[in-house]
Ligand binder design. Structure first.
Ligand code: HMG
Ligand code: MG
Length: 310
């Protein structure tokens, strides 16, 4: 065993996938203790050196809401030499001002398909949050920034239960109508299963949303994140969010656990012969190092298997 799976391609899959790495944001926003800023900067440098080309760096949200990322102003300038796109989360104009002042060129707004999560995460109704994003997206586009629109609770909500597909599609379209370049479908609490993924993608296509504007963002609560990813790839999706070492969760969604681990994703994609540009050994070493910083082992099966010493 050389630390890589045997490559055996399968039909109906894309030749290349862009991994949208979220560990430094979705992962670290959920840590009990704040990670020192230089450690975050080293993490992001190491992720870029491992071949990740899109690395979500931090959030310009209210520091009281997410204290773990309150050092965004200190962190972002330390990333000036990182050879990767560095999107940042921005909920409102105040966040956009902070991000633009530091030279951010890719931002992400984050909406919710459900009212309860919109209230808990943004202190707004769904309609009020879309109204809050409107000037953010417009001004970001004036600055030629790339804008991602996240949509949370696409497959289920811990307070509201099942989320009807038309409700998800309506909010997704509203985000795209604001001018978002890309949409990321969030399974915030990890309850999706592959048929559900396919059904939502078909429903979006039926309403005119092209698959090439859609990314998928799975959390691995029930161990379904990779199966759901494969369903999305078979549908033609080529942007997949993942978190190094499987770090993650969401501070405002009970039962949200870690994201799909980037190593687990890359193991599968390497095996299928799908190009990502990611060096699995370098990435695993990064997650082992990060786990040491956090004082507990990575939950990723692939990290554990590849770092296991006899
Ligand atoms: P609010 O309390 O309604 O804020 O929070 P406000 O608009 O009433 O403003 C109150 C004060 O906060 C004002 O100051 C503002 O200037 C200040 P004052 O005038 O009273 O002195 N303020 C800010 N300060 C710094 N930066 C800002 C900012 N905004 C306002 N950006 C707000 C509304 C949206 C700000 C708040 O709810 C918030 O920050 N929420 C963020 C929650 C969050 O980050 N959640 C995690 C990310 S989402 C996620 O993880 C899901 C995802 O991974 C996909 C998935 O898995 O589903 C993306
Ligand atoms: Mg998430």
């Amino acid at each position: 065993m050389n630390g890589l799976p045997m490559t055996v391609p399968a039909p109906g899959l894309p030749a290349r996938v862009r991994v949208h790495e979220v560990g430094a944001r979705d992962g670290l926003q959920n840590e009990q203790s704040a990670v020192p800023t230089p450690v975050k900067a080293e993490f992001i440098h190491r992720l870029a050196a491992a071949g990740l080309t899109t690395i979500e760096a931090t959030s310009f949200v209210h520091p009281k809401w997410v204290p773990q990322l309150a050092d965004a102003e200190e962190l972002f300038p330390l990333l000036a030499d990182v050879d990767a796109a560095l999107p940042v989360l921005v909920p409102n104009e105040r966040g956009l001002d902070r991000a633009l002042a530091l030279g951010a060129t890719r931002i992400a707004v984050f909406g919710s398909a459900t009212e309860t999560f919109a209230a808990r995460n943004l202190n707004r109704t769904v309609a009020e949050s879309l109204a809050m994003f409107e000037p953010v997206v417009a001004r970001a586009k004036e600055h030629r920034a790339h804008v991602r629109g996240y949509l949370s609770m696409c497959f289920g909500d811990p307070w509201e239960g099942a989320v009807p597909l038309p409700q998800v599609v309506r909010t997704a379209k509203a985000l795209l109508d604001l001018g978002c370049d890309e949409l990321s479908l969030g399974d915030t609490i990890g309850v999706a299963t592959p048929g559900h993924v396919r059904a939502l993608l078909c429903a979006l296509n039926d309403e005119g949303v092209a698959t090439d504007r859609i990314g998928v963002h799975f959390h691995d609560t029930y161990g379904q994140a990779l199966s759901n990813t494969l369903a999305a790839l078979l549908h033609g999706v080529t942007t997949v969010d993942a978190s190094a070492g499987g770090l993650g969760g969401c501070p405002y969604a009970k039962s949200a656990t870690g994201n799909l681990a980037t190593e687990d994703l890359v193991w599968m994609l390497d095996g299928l012969g799908i190009e990502t540009g990611v060096d699995l050994a370098a990435l695993t070493a990064t997650s082992v190092w990060m786990a040491e910083q956090l004082g507990r082992p990575s939950p990723s099966r692939t990290v554990r298997a590849l770092s296991h010493k006899e």
